[in-house]
Design a protein around this ligand. Structure first.
Ligand code: ADP
Length: 493
């Protein structure tokens, strides 16, 4: 077998090998075979990267006029557009996402850089109507070195949600992609070089969370930790950051309800529910993994949903006609199968899927058929814990209040969907649902313009929109005395 390509990390504008000299394999989930070797970074690499980012912050980046920073960001966005196909193909190989979906996603990702580049030179302070003999005004300043830790399910998109606002605000960055999917973040660094970022402004270190992620978080020069991933890891990093009172933004897990009322446009709702849970093979934090259906239409809805889902083409993510690809890695594959067993043991009724598809094309990779359970009640583990795979739990309800109670009876609060033709009901639901995003007659919409984040254990802070850049800024008040004299220095007033 040909030797696997060894990837390199990108630190201080240089392509470097890991201090440990160690590498690990990254696997194509369609074939379950390794295709490249990823540097196994450690605390020493983390230190190198944070120091490089700190030097770049103190040096060119913080002092560069925001309009000039914006130009570099716009250039970077255009380079992503130019290299869209190459990036899409690497992400498909590393993560198993559909090529068809990646084409759309990579065409959309540059918007984050264009949007925040546009905001970079519009960050204005205010002059306060001060009651003292002074001119007092505020400035919004960058924080310094920001660490971004991202998961494996949407590597490039989630990288960009953090990188674009952090850089536009004048911070420098150390990014750590997930160990299963490091390749596209490294490929992106070739474009960082071309775009003309000063060295050290953007760095990527790779490796395992405990070995290289934690040292990034606890490094004394790190000022902000932006994390997307599981609630357990997020809570752990939050506690580490708290020791040094570092700022964090955490985008964590979900168990989002998708609620279908009996007056919904049924065919639209079926598509919305399918997209919500089987899009990206269910591996999204916003997956609509709890389907709440009003009793009157329950049986009819489940029949239509099952028929539509059964017709979805599972297979090679590179083929245009494929609609459901593999699970992104072996660990997650085992976990999802484990949850299917749990649901069965808990007494949920399996109406579709429930294991590997019986197809030649999917025989090697980490495939799980789209799976639908009915007869779930909200106390079961399958209704409470995040599966992060193509497994839908169907719960029946009678009244509006009951739907709200079930929907909100979760430790998570990332998103919720409501399907109804009654706009009054829709607006009332949007009021009552405890979730950072509520979608009415749609699901899984995300935009660079619109704040995104979680209630409850789904996270802290918001990404996207104007609110997204505030996470990466701090406010300084400046006082300039206009008094004729300094009066009694021992009395403040
Ligand atoms: P998953 O999304 O697979 O459930 P995590 O939430 O643990 O996993 O992983 C998301 C990201 O967090 C990955 O980049 C992973 O390497 C990183 N990570 C995991 N554990 C830690 C840790 N202890 N410290 C820092 N980063 C971590």
């Amino acid at each position: 077998m040909a030797e696997l390509e060894r990837l390199k990390m990108y630190i201080g504008g240089q392509w470097v090998e890991p201090c440990s000299g160690a590498y690990f394999e990254t696997v194509d989930p369609f074939t379950a075979r390794p295709w490249a070797l990823v540097p196994r970074g450690n605390a020493e690499d983390a230190d190198r990267a944070v120091r490089a980012a700190h030097a770049a912050f103190k040096g060119p980046w913080r002092t560069m006029h925001p309009s000039k920073r914006a130009k570099i960001l716009h250039r970077f966005a255009s380079l992503i557009e130019d290299h869209a196909l190459a990036l899409a193909e690497i992400e498909v190989r590393d993560n198993g996402r559909l090529l068809a979906e990646m084409h759309h996603q990579i065409a959309y990702i540059p918007n984050w850089y264009h949007y925040y580049a546009g905001l970079a030179d519009k960050i204005e302070g205010v002059v306060h109507p001060c009651d003292k003999p002074a001119l007092s005004y505020s400035r919004h300043e960058p924080l310094g070195v920001c660490v971004g830790i991202v998961p494996w399910n949407a590597p490039l998109l989630l990288f960009s949600l953090k990188a674009a606002p952090a850089l536009a605000a004048g911070n420098t960055l150390v990014m750590k992609p997930a160990e299963h999917t490091s390749a596209t973040a490294l490929k992106l660094m070739e474009l960082v070089e071309k775009a003309g970022f000063p060295e050290g402004v953007v760095n990527v270190v790779t490796g395992y969370g405990r070995e290289v992620g934690e040292p990034l978080v606890t490094h004394p020069l790190t000022r902000h930790v932006g994390f997307t991933g599981s609630t357990a890891t997020g809570a752990h990093l939050y506690s580490l950051a708290a020791r040094d009172v570092k700022r964090v933004s955490l985008e964590l897990g979900g168990k989002s309800p998708n609620i279908v009322f009996d007056d919904a446009a049924i065919d639209d709702a079926v598509r919305g529910v399918v997209g919500g849970i089987f899009g990206a093979t269910g591996q999204t934090c916003i997956a609509g993994s709890r389907l709440l259906v009003q009793r009157k239409i329950h049986d009819q809805f489940v029949d239509k949903l099952s028929a539509f889902t059964a017709s979805a083409r599972v297979g090679d993510p590179r083929k245009r006609e494929t609609q459901i690809g593999p699970i992104a890695n072996q660990m997650q594959y085992d976990k999802v199968l484990g949850y299917i067993d749990i649901a069965r043991q808990e007494g949920a009724e399996l109406v579709l899927g429930g294991g590997r598809p019986d197809l030649e094309e999917t025989s090697q990779g980490y495939f799980i058929s789209p799976t639908i359970f009915t007869g779930v009640n909200n106390t079961m583990r399958i209704a409470r814990e995040e599966v992060f795979g193509p497994v839908l739990s169907t719960i029946v309800f009678d009244e509006v209040e009951e739907a709200v109670d079930i929907a909100n009876d979760s430790e998570f609060g990332l998103a919720a969907g409501v399907w109804t033709s009654d706009m009054k009901r829709a607006l009332r639901m949007s009021d009552l649902l405890e979730a950072g995003s509520v979608w009415i007659n749609t699901y899984r919409d995300i935009s660079y313009t619109t704040p995104f984040g979680g209630y409850k254990k789904s996270g802290i802070g918001r990404e996207n929109g104007v609110e997204g850049i505030r996470e990466y800024l701090q406010t300084k008040a400046v006082w300039i005395s206009t008094a004729d004299e300094i009066k009694n220095p021992f009395v403040i007033g």
